[in-house]
Design a protein around this ligand. Structure first.
Ligand SMILES: Cc1cc2nc3c(=O)[nH]c(=O)nc-3n(C[C@H](O)[C@H](O)[C@H](O)COP(=O)(O)OP(=O)(O)OC[C@H]3O[C@@H](n4cnc5c(N)ncnc54)[C@H](O)[C@@H]3O)c2cc1C
Length: 395
């Protein structure tokens, strides 16, 4: 198969694509061609019916989309900047598909890559990269979202060579159909948070789809119950000894969410720009009106500055300088900007902006879940505030 040429995105105003290598550009071009031909045509219908397109999992694996990809793992050569672009390109076509990949490849594979032993990495990561095993990440609980680090109520009790997991998890993306769940639970003995690779076929594990969700509708989110699930010590993540280890994963995936939100906003911006060039009112294309240009420029300005900030943090990651405060700052600033940008894009389509056939309402609604997960604006503000002042102000 011939490799399509990488075409820089119109919305990449500051030409951040110059940081990509030729190999990375070729990968992105192939991924984009697949997404545009196999995902884009069906995505509004999938969104409306809240159905997941299982048939794209294998082709995405074959393309090489599933990998932790973090420089820290040293198993993959691609840079964090490349990973940002790959994430952005997925969400540009559909943020739910981007979130599916983010959960499987970032949160689940990332947990094993960053917190697993060498034996666990070599056992699970190749199968997950091949799409033979799909993962989810079970941290949030019905009663503990923002305060999950201190409040986590799911328990892990050691019983000989096994652990017994008991509790409930909420909002778990891919949770209804994943093969394994990375479950975070509090050690009954010393109170530390531990991580476990839990096969979802384990007795006592049940997952129920959350219905009535009007953001990222294609992602299958689950309520999970763990009723005395027995897991061998060999499936405990050997390098996850407390919540600080869990945070290593979130430090990385929070930046993924920033890139994903930028991709989602670019999807809305491209549709709004096309619409404005086409739609005629008062005998003129609406793109020629100053006030419509103002909306387009505001959306583009937010996208350009969000991308510049995210690329900066990605480069810090590649240089080993990224800390929690950097990904939290990126997540909170970028998500604010993207939430504004999708609203301006929706406005440009007038009434058609709320009709699913035009697609922009999907990007608009999907930005809302992105805004709230991987730390709300408030929680990320408190993380950055703590780094500025030295004062912990969560309660
Ligand atoms: C579509 C979707 C997918 C998700 N996928 C996953 C997943 O795959 N795995 C997973 O583990 N989790 C997942 N989550 C959960 C997500 O991370 C949580 O929703 C998020 O952390 C917020 O928790 P909460 O919803 O319980 O809100 P709460 O913590 O109850 O917060 C409610 C409000 O109170 C504010 N608030 C809370 N504490 C403070 C404070 N100290 N100061 C000021 N304001 C505060 C919050 O910012 C928010 O505005 C997902 C969520 C959604 C919506």
């Amino acid at each position: 198969m011939s490799v399509p040429e990488y075409e820089p995105l119109h919305a990449d105003f500051l030409e951040s694509h110059v940081y990509l290598t030729d190999v990375e550009r070729a990968f992105l071009a192939t991924q984009r061609a697949f997404l545009e031909s196999e995902v884009a045509p069906a995505v509004n219908e999938l969104w409306e019916s809240a159905a997941f397109p299982h048939h794209i999992v294998r082709p995405l694996a074959d393309l090489g989309v599933f990998r932790p990809g973090y420089a820290e793992t040293r198993e993959f050569e691609n840079s964090a900047v490349f990973r940002g672009f790959a994430t952005l390109e997925l969400a540009r076509v559909d943020a739910s598909i981007g979130t599916f990949v983010g959960v499987h490849s970032g949160l689940a594979m990332g947990s094993i890559a960053l917190c697993g032993s060498d034996a666990q990495k070599s056992e699970w990561l190749p199968k997950m990269a091949a799409g033979d095993v799909i993962g989810c990440f079970a941290m949030t609980e019905p009663e503990h979202g923002s305060d999950v680090a201190g409040g986590m109520a799911t328990t892990a009790r050691r019983d000989g060579d096994e652990w017994v997991l008991t509790g409930a998890k909420r909002w778990i993306g891919n949770g209804t159909w994943a093969d394994i769940a990375i479950v975070w639970a509090r050690n009954e003995e010393d109170g530390n948070v531990l991580g476990f690779i839990v096969p979802t076929s384990s007795p006592g594990f049940t997952a129920t789809k959350i219905e009535g969700k009007y953001s990222l509708r294609i992602v299958q989110n689950a309520d999970i119950k763990l009723d005395g699930v027995r897991i061998p010590e060999a499936l405990r993540l050997q390098e996850a000894n407390n919540f600080a280890d869990t945070s290593k994963v979130l430090r990385l995936t929070r930046l993924d969410v920033a890139f994903s939100a930028i991709g989602n906003a670019i999807g809305a911006y491209e549709k709004a720009l096309d619409y404005a060039q086409d739609r005629v009112q008062f005998g003129k294309k609406i793109a020629s009106f100053q006030l419509v240009q103002d909306l387009l420029v505001k959306a583009q300005s937010n996208i350009a500055s969000a991308l510049a900030l995210s690329i900066s943090v990605a480069r810090m990651r590649d240089e080993g300088r990224q800390e929690d405060k950097h990904s939290s700052l990126a997540k909170l600033v970028v998500l604010n900007q993207m939430r504004e940008a999708v609203a301006w894009c929706r406005e440009i389509l007038g009434g058609n902006g709320v009709v699913i056939d035009y697609g922009v309402i999907r990007h608009f609604a999907d930005a809302e879940a992105q805004y709230s997960f991987e730390g709300t604006r408030e929680v990320n503000t408190l993380i950055v505030g703590r780094s500025l002042t030295g004062h912990h102000a969560f309660v």
